[in-house]
Ligand binder design. Sequence first.
Ligand code: UDX
Length: 464
Amino acid sequence: MKGKPIISIVGTGYVGLTSAAVLANAGFKVFAVDVDSKKIEAIKQGRSHFFEGGLDSFVSKGVDSGNLIPTLAFEEGIPQSDIVFSCVGTPDKADGSPNLEYIYSAAESIAKNAKNGIIIVQKSTVPVGTGRKLIEHISKIAPKLQYSYVSNPEFLREGSALFDTLNMDRVVVGSDDKAALDRVVEVFTAVNDFAHSVDYSEFNDYRLNNVAKIAPFSEIPFVERTFKMRLESAELVKVSANAFLALKISFANSIAKLAEKTDADIVEVMNGVGSDFRIGRAFLYAGLGWGGGCFPKDVSGLISVAKSYGVSLPIMSAAVEENQSMVNHVVRKIKDSNGGISGMNIAVLGLSFKPGTSDVRKSQSIKLVNKLFEEGAVVKAFDPQAMEEAKESLNGNVKLTGSIAECVKDSDAVVIATDWNEFKEHDWKSEKINIRGDIFVDARNCLNARDLIEAGFEYMGIGR
Ligand code: UDX
């Protein structure tokens, strides 16, 4: 393998498409392979099939340059590829363990079309031990294929996927093959160099224009942010990192409940706690709880894989239980404040699992809306991006509205369920006149309590 490797990315979701677009803009020839023709069609037209700030500009630039080649055919790109990144989904099964069907079928299609010397890189989150089983499986279906297998967990966050891919806080790679590890690290080193050379103002997107301003590029040399390790260690890094973050949030939410009983303010408490450099302030923001395509699945997957090895993780089960309790916690707040919930008109703002994305997978906000409805409330909802996506999982009787104003009009209570900027920046003082009741639940602690109280609301946060 000489010069720049040719790359294929299998799976064009948040991880796959973002990686493909960045690699193509960094000068690599990248085949973006997916079995879904709608997704490939959107990429061909130079756009992403999901909402992610700035990504469309990267996709269209990549396609226009000829470096990003979307395709439905494994036979097109894989035979030419030196490195293939597998970025397919791993939805969870009913018992909480991850469904690895797509991982196996992608590995088979790659193995059947690959040339000797290929490096197969697993970016999808898989339970520890999966790589070793896949190696055995690939060797059975393509016994003559000479290949290396590398685990390379992905840490990007939705809503800042592009920024995280350009500004990697760390690269983790695990394999038995040291030369393959070096080859994969070379690719990321090139991305890191590219990221520093980009003129972000070229991209017509305010997030990208601010990409280097929002959080400056890491000052730690790239080599010190690169961790080469055993295959199984790399697999375990990813789920453990997400599990720990989920644990931090659930910890903050548990202390928030105690804060409410004692007149402490959780924001003040966690400012104090998080300033200890050994703890850190991030992910100690109390609220409605964690959701999305990663945390719930990774935590339940970790519990289930640990169980299969005879290890119990009660600390993680407690984090899940704590998270599940947060929806009822908010419902109870409204009930106690109003003296019942049946027949109340409640406006819920925010449906995506967090701001900056249209993703509603395992969204706590959707669970809250459905729960309020079950309790007999008349619920209206609004989200700046996720209305279409939300329809499928929302109770059909919930009224979706077209704006904040329409949503809150004549309501008895307003609940902020997702901390979108649109809600933080809204003029609640002027809006108050259109709202019938006083109850305002800031379930993400994202507004200034004093402003809301001055506007005439009975303000309730979580843990304050
Ligand atoms: C997460 C990991 O952060 C990322 O590294 C990994 O690659 C994928 O999983 P993501 O799912 O995009 O990323 O969301 P994240 O920003 O981590 O938030 C997860 C959930 O926790 C959201 O529902 C968010 O609202 C909630 N959260 C986060 C809190 O409730 N409090 C916090 O302090 C932080």
